[in-house]
Design a protein around this ligand. Structure first.
Ligand code: NAP
Ligand code: GDD
Length: 345
């Protein structure tokens, strides 16, 4: 049985990737950072299914603490490491630039150093991002496109991306960069725009919320489904040579289009509910992202399987169900009826 170590296992991609690898008969180890609340909700169902057989094993560690990373890698000696851990919110990276950089930069460095010093040949996947391109209108972005980061988050990702290449070229480490365009799901964090919209649609439909406040609704993103993208991560790691690959759908849509479609799915007109406020705008915006994943299609035979329309439908339907449950809990006094993020994201 192959052994994988996943950083960021408690995040959106962490769930889909663990589920995929467990289905492929891997033993999966995951890093969980200390939190004052439980932070394993996304993977709780996997823990109950695979935990007792020791096929899914969790460890306390933190990407900002290199000693914890070195100790874990040398103890587990995995075949593959997937580095998904990050402070992944672009707007937050402007508010917490030092921490964002620390998680990405120290984390990747510690992992690559552990691999370099390990007696075992360990493959490494780095979660690179389309955000590194900075965005360009009417341009299909691929592995050869210029990196022009526009946020502390993207700048930190560029460092990790380049470091992975440097360790590959200098030490012959099997290190791959998956340059992934935005990918979403019902498990997407609630402060990313797609989930913020689908959640609001569910809550508005259930009379738990009256308005949705967004920032720049004219931004365009190449949105795919997270479940399709983790398969691409795995395929990159099974390819005979390490390389960098873009994963994208090749379609771009605006935040306004996403909203229109999401509200229409439950028979509502988005214009009656969506308002905009500058407080949700960023100091520097990536206006337009559109990817070209021909290389992954040709070499890995990877292609996205979920259309934009289907993605919106999956997310809205999941959040309508969630809002129905919330409504029940609120009526029983078991949940407070908040609707916006308390800090405002
Ligand atoms: P996510 O849901 O925000 O998950 C991030 C994960 O990193 C969580 O498990 C989080 O733990 C963990 N983490 C944060 N700080 C940490 C620290 N100091 N030490 C250890 N773990 C830490 O992100 P995602 O959407 O799954 O994305 C996965 C990766 O792909 C990220 O690196 C992201 O930057 C990158 N990426 C994402 C997309 C996308 O569209 N989703 C596109 C391109 C690249 P908690 O659960 O405790 O917060
Ligand atoms: N979050 C958020 N909230 N974004 C908004 C809002 C709002 O209220 N209103 C408009 N937007 C716009 C943002 O300005 C941005 O242009 C776009 O919606 C998408 O924002 P996010 O969903 O926060 O994602 P992101 O594109 O900034 O970053 C995500 O994708 C990257 C890959 O391109 C994250 O998952 C990153 O970790 C990932 O690397």
């Amino acid at each position: 049985m192959k052994i994988a170590l996943i950083t960021g296992i408690t995040g959106q991609d962490g769930y889909y990737l663990s589920r995929f690898l467990l289905n492929e008969n891997y033993i999966v180890h995951g890093i969980v950072r200390r939190s004052s609340n439980f932070n394993t909700q996304r993977i709780d169902n996997l823990i109950s299914e695979y935990g007792p057989e020791k096929k899914l094993i969790l460890h306390y560690a933190d990407l900002t603490d290199s000693s914890s990373i070195h100790a874990l890698v040398s103890k587990i000696l995995p075949d593959e490491i997937y580095n998904l851990g990050a402070q992944s919110h672009v707007a937050v990276s402007f508010l917490n630039p030092g921490y964002t950089a620390d998680v990405s930069i120290s984390g990747t460095t510690a992992l690559l150093e552990s691999i370099k010093n390990s007696p075992k040949k360990i493959k490494f996947y780095q979660a690179s991002s389309s955000e590194m391109f900075g965005g360009k209108e009417n341009t299909l972005l691929d592995e050869t496109s210029l990196l022009d980061p526009k946020s502390p988050y993207a700048a930190a990702k560029v460092f990790s991306h380049n470091l992975t290449k440097i360790y590959r070229d200098s030490y012959g480490i099997f290190g791959v960069n998956g340059i992934l365009f935005n990918h979403e799901s019902p498990l997407r964090g609630e402060t990313f725009v797609t989930r913020k919209i689908s959640r609001a649609v569910g809550r508005i439909k259930n009379n738990l919320q009256s308005k949705l406040t967004l920032g720049n609704i004219h931004a365009f993103r190449d949105w795919g489904f997270a479940g399709d993208y983790v398969k691409g991560m795995y395929m990159m790691m099974q390819h005979e040579t390490p390389d960098d690959f873009v994963l994208s759908t090749g379609e771009t849509h605006s935040v306004k289009e996403f909203s229109e479609l999401a509200f229409a799915h439950v028979g509502l007109d988005w214009k009656e509910f969506v308002i905009t406020d500058k407080r949700y705008e960023r100091p520097n915006e990536v206006h337009h992202l559109l990817g070209n994943s021909e290389k992954a299609k040709k070499i890995l035979k990877w292609e996205p399987e979920t259309s934009f329309e289907k993605l919106v439908q999956i997310m809205v339907e999941a959040d309508v169900k969630k809002a129905e449950q919330e409504k029940l809990l609120i009526s029983e006094g078991l949940l407070s009826p908040t609707w916006e993020h308390p800090i405002g994201l």
